[in-house]
Design a protein around this ligand. Structure first.
Ligand SMILES: [Mn+2]
Length: 463
């Protein structure tokens, strides 16, 4: 948790951006796994955390701009709860720590909102992403469930995105903690993954390291010998000779700020010559893209720069041909790089994705493309000092996609289809790092982690 004055400053700034009405920011409640009392690990809503800092379930933050008050609605525990939970600080005590002096019982929220509605006070809220959010809004504001998506406040979304996009020093310090815990996970995967293990055996160890870091996984780990499948979570596949492993994982620090890193390495101690060649292409694209990060540049242009580097490399490999810029413009590279280059990173791994990509990654005038490939680009807009972003190009050889394109002779002026057979069982390669955009360029977040072929092989060769 940060200082009370920081949370107060953030709320004041948000209030100034909205100017009037009521800003309603519900925190999360417990979410059940298989019966009511069996909960998933509690995760507070990120926007609530940003403005109110408290991790306790069942709180609602309210900023009343017309009355000039900030309130927290929630309940203290009683003696029967205490039997199960042990003593819990009073809500008033916790609220004081985040600079809020008005605390009310949760059952008083509806009346407060009723009074506001009866006088025509606008009540602003964000898009719900859990079913219970929708039900709460329906109950508190008497909006029909079907009308809730259209009733969210775009003004509030834009105000919050404008604030959360620019990370403060204290936030960057927390992201670095998340990245460094993620580094320990990556190093363990690089050092201790062995032929014959299952993906889950290593995936479980990585989760253990995330929890030992004081937080938890920021998202389900992708640890797979089938890296060509973009979001393939660990399972019972065995690590077998000749395969590559993609490890894409992230730890959330105790503050919930997270890291998000990817390394690709051979099950064997060394890469095969072909694996090494493809790895160098991805590495070249990753480093070129990272070096181009700076304020004032469209992230979309950095994405396209990475795509051009990939095409250049694939031409060297004999898989592609023709004009590089034309290949990228036509989307020929998406046979091998189907997704976007990266995303914002912060309290959420895909930071603020719940607020809507059109506002977080795009603008009113920069609209998302519908072209295959570009339509998966989460972030396109102009970078600003203080943004934290990932850079994660890859090459993914998906047999089903290669077969479909080949049968349709799709963009055959750019692709040497007869050379693809050697890659049917190649898998995929992705390399990902996290960067702060600074006034002069960029800064890699966290301690450097082995990334070159030599650095990775040196770790694989450890006894
Ligand atoms: Mn990522």
């Amino acid at each position: 948790m940060f200082s009370a004055s920081l949370y107060r400053e953030r709320r004041t700034k948000l209030g100034a951006l909205m100017s009037k009405g009521i800003i309603l920011l519900p925190g999360n409640i417990e979410s059940s796994m298989s019966y009511a009392a069996n909960h998933y690990p509690f995760r507070q809503d990120s926007t609530f955390l940003y403005y109110f800092g408290l991790k306790r379930p069942g709180l609602v933050g309210l900023i009343d701009l017309d009355q000039g008050t900030e309130l927290l609605f929630g309940d203290d525990i009683d003696i029967e709860d205490l039997v199960w939970t042990g003593p819990v600080a009073s809500l008033a005590t916790e609220a004081f720590e985040v600079g809020v002096s008005h605390v009310r019982r949760l059952r008083d929220l509806k009346g407060y909102l009723d009074t506001a509605r009866s006088t025509g006070t606008p009540i602003y809220f964000l898009p719900p992403y859990r079913p219970e959010h929708t039900l709460q809004l329906h109950e508190w504001l008497e909006i029909p469930i079907k009308e809730i998506p259209a009733s969210v406040s775009v003004l509030l979304i834009k105000a919050i995105v404008s604030m959360r996009s620019i990370k403060g020093e204290e936030e960057v310090a927390e992201i670095i903690k998340g990245v460094n815990i993620t580094n320990t996970m990556q190093l363990a995967a690089l050092k201790y993954s062995r032929e014959g293990m299952t993906e889950a055996q290593m995936g479980g160890k990585l989760q253990g390291l995330a929890i030992a870091g004081g937080g938890n996984l920021a998202f389900p780990t992708i640890f797979t010998v089938n890296g060509q499948i973009l979001h393939n979570h660990y399972g019972d596949n065995k690590l077998t000779k000749g395969r590559l492993v993609i490890c894409d994982c992230g730890a959330a620090a105790p503050s919930d700020y997270s890291g998000d890193l990817t390394r690709t390495f051979p099950v064997d101690k060394t890469f095969t010559p072909l694996q090494k060649e493809v790895y160098q292409i991805v590495l070249q694209a990753q480093e070129t893209a990272a070096a181009a990060l700076k304020p004032g540049i469209l992230y979309k242009d950095i994405h396209l720069l990475a795509c051009a580097e990939l095409v250049k490399g694939l031409q060297g490999l004999g898989l592609m041909r023709g004009d590089i810029n034309e290949s990228v413009a036509e989307g020929a590279h998406t046979l091998f790089f189907q997704c976007g280059l990266g995303h914002m990173l912060g309290l959420d791994t895909h930071d603020m994705e719940n607020l809507g990509e059109p506002y977080v990654g795009y603008t009113d005038t920069l609209i998302k493309s519908t072209q295959f490939g570009l339509k998966f680009l989460r972030l396109a807009r102009t970078l600003e000092t203080g943004f934290v972003v990932t850079v994660e190009p890859g090459l993914y050889f998906i047999p089903e996609l290669m077969d479909e394109w080949r049968a349709a002779k799709k963009l055959e002026q750019f692709i040497n289809y007869d050379k693809l057979d050697a890659f049917r069982n190649f898998g995929g390669i992705r390399i990902e790092e996290d960067f702060l955009v600074t006034s002069t360029g960029r800064k890699l977040l966290g301690d450097p982690l082995p990334k070159t072929v030599n650095e990775i092989e040196n770790l694989r060769l450890c006894p």
